[in-house]
Design a protein around this ligand. Sequence first.
Ligand SMILES: Cc1ncc(COP(=O)(O)O)c(C=O)c1O
Length: 405
Amino acid sequence: MSYSELREDFPTLRQEDAPAYLDNACVTLKPDSVIKSISDYYSMYPGCGGRSVHRYGTQVSRLVSNSRKSVADFINAKSVNEVVFSRNTTHSINQIAKGITWQPGDVIITGDREHNSNLVPWLQLAEEQGIEHIIVKSNEDNTFNLENFEQLCDDHGERLKMVSLSHVGNLDGIDIPIAKIAEITHRYDALIAVDGAQSAPHMNVDVQALDIDFLSFSIHKMCGPSGMGGLWGRYELLDELRSIQSGGQTVETAHYDSVKWAAPPARFEGGLGNFAGMIASGKAIEYLSELNMDDVHEHEIKLNAIITKRIKHLEPIEIIGPEDASKRGGICSILMGDLPSHDIALLLDEAAGVMVRSGQHCVHSWFNSRGIENGSLRASAYFYNTEEEAKLFADTFCEAVEAFS
Ligand SMILES: Cc1ncc(COP(=O)(O)O)c(C=O)c1O
């Protein structure tokens, strides 16, 4: 099976004026099976899962539990009950950060290239609950500095309670050695939460092999519907976690003066669920499960290498991270000097149908610390992108840079 053949599964890519869609780090395209499952839910069994016992209700419950099983298998969770459907990675990280009881002075480590979703919740805890938020500094080329990390763990010893890091940065595509980081974190009896928004869609993520405690991910970046994400946690940890949204579904029973909380995952899925979204999430993950994720990763690196080779000589631009594309997965993020990155992104679409992202990609802290207001222009590939598309982006980009210089 070639990835080009899979393009036929995507209505957007079947269109005559199909774009060279290279904004996959933001959101991916959706295959027919995902779109159809949403329409099937609304047209054939638009009921409520987990509660009503009529035919619609039972059908929805069955499909949602199949979806949960598909997600659990995809990340190698021990049990389906470790998989919570959430709105997105942001929601999942907030559920972890705000579901744990902290003491003033507890130390939480994050990185210096985190998406706001893995920075702001911890900053909020520092502001509201007096936790100490510490940042581990990366190497010059943005790769992870294990020595700095170990030193920080050592410096804070027993006060270290949580390490929360993005597995792959949306800023630069660089992946960090999570298994090693988890091993070090556990030496200090702290927990490790992994922001898998940019890893789960693009590589094998096995939560047991990595020996992590929590994983947050965005199913809309995995061919799934908008507004759907996931949270995985080791069951005993989820079982200790407070729900940040309580109400219907989150309790086993309630009295006028007390509640008995439901077991995970129901405790974290308060209110009537996005059933179409949950069912379609299962279809998306089943679609990805047919692929070999190691090959997907290699394919993206190959496209990134093509782009890198064609643009790296250009002045005044600079690729963020190592020149070696194999260290940046499918992401090529380019500092533009004084060139107008939004205008160039617009021109790429208008002139050649190439869709990329420009701006600070919700990693404001990294750009602010360097005084770079212009942000970067980011091309991010997925398995359905072709070598021709990578070349088209690179060549049109070179022309645009020349025209604006
Ligand atoms: C690394 C990373 N973390 C978190 C997020 C937030 O994801 P969401 O918008 O789905 O909550 C993103 C989104 O781009 C991301 O790339």
